[in-house]
Design a protein around this ligand. Structure first.
Ligand SMILES: [Zn+2]
Length: 325
């Protein structure tokens, strides 16, 4: 036989060979686990649309933190669900707010665990929007002041990193300025730089009780149809002093993760969101897919797309699976 062709299968002949030439590796060090903290006592309540994810009151947090550490997960991001909501989201920046208290408790318990604070107002406002509302409009600049207050209060409580998610223009520079003035020059900002107005957030709104009470978030979050706009959003955040750029959601936006990675030299984070999680959970509960292999394939895909960090509700399961391998 004289025809010539490339023999790609040579490098796939054994698991050892495949490992030698593997381009991307998912590790437990890539993972950030989101935690939902609530007020009250003795609460560990499963979120119905997110099997395996719970609301924790502060007194039940210890068992979860112990488990996380045991699994080798080194970073968590905190979302607070307060009892009291008002027009200006005052519990977001209250000294004894639920996230501030949780941060303090976790850092006291396990100083080595990296605690990231999500900085937004939507869980704390009675209208459910991420900023100040006037006459049905979400106001940009007045929102910045409240976000700065929130970030500074979170850093004061001991947060290791601030992650603003509200998509107001200028939020990174405002928060950077506020943190610096308060003496937190060493606290990095992981900006939700590219956050789409996505339907994949459905279960999270259940979990965080943060569905907007009127309208939607399309005046501040991005249109899913747009790619180049993502680069403008990210460029602004780079200029404003972001330390890490996040793309959210992940699955339907792999191309955006890649473009952000190629265009900028900051670390890129991908948020594998609640709807992505719930789809896999329900399909695997029905026996339609193999949860472990699908999740590992998906997260490896995010790494291949360019994600350095992955925020994911699968983190605990992934840590277990990786340990067994
Ligand atoms: Zn928000």
């Amino acid at each position: 036989m004289t025809i010539h062709f490339d023999r790609h299968r040579r490098l796939r002949g054994s698991e050892t060979l495949r490992k030698l030439v593997r381009e991307n590796q998912l590790t437990v060090h890539d993972l950030i686990y989101p935690l939902f903290v609530v007020e009250g006592e003795n609460i560990k309540e499963e979120i119905p649309s997110m099997p395996g994810v719970f609301h924790f009151s502060l007194d039940r947090l210890r068992e979860e933190i112990e488990e996380i550490i045991q699994l080798g997960i080194e970073a968590v991001i905190l979302f607070g669900v307060p009892n009291h909501k008002d027009e200006t989201g005052s519990q977001a920046y209250a000294e004894d707010g639920i996230v501030q208290r949780a941060t303090y408790e976790i850092k006291k318990m396990k100083p080595e665990l990296l605690v990231i604070a999500d900085t937004c107002l939507c869980q704390y406002t009675d209208h459910g929007h991420c900023g100040v509302v006037d006459d049905g409009r979400i106001l940009n600049d007045p929102s910045l002041e409240l976000l700065v207050k929130t970030a500074v209060s979170q850093a004061t409580a001991g947060a290791d990193m601030i992650a603003p998610s509200n998509m107001m223009d200028g939020f990174v520079t405002a928060i950077r300025h506020g943190l610096d003035e308060a003496g937190f020059t060493e606290i990095p900002i992981m900006s939700y730089a590219v956050k789409y107005a996505s339907s994949f957030y459905g279960p999270f709104r259940d979990a965080a009780h943060s569905a907007p009470q009127f309208g939607d978030r399309r005046t501040y979050q991005m249109d899913p149809a747009n790619g180049r706009e993502a680069l403008r959003e990210a460029a602004s955040d780079v200029k404003e002093g972001a330390d890490i750029l996040m793309v959210k959601p992940a699955m339907a936006y792999m191309d955006i993760i890649r473009q952000v990675k190629d265009q900028f030299d900051l670390p890129v984070a991908a948020y594998n969101v609640s709807g992505e999680y719930s789809m896999i959970k329900s399909a695997s509960a029905n026996g339609w897919i193999n949860e472990e292999s699908v999740v590992l394939e998906l997260l490896t895909g995010m790494k291949r797309a360019g994600a350095d960090l992955i925020l994911t509700y699968h983190a605990k399961d992934v840590a277990k699976w990786l340990k067994q391998k």
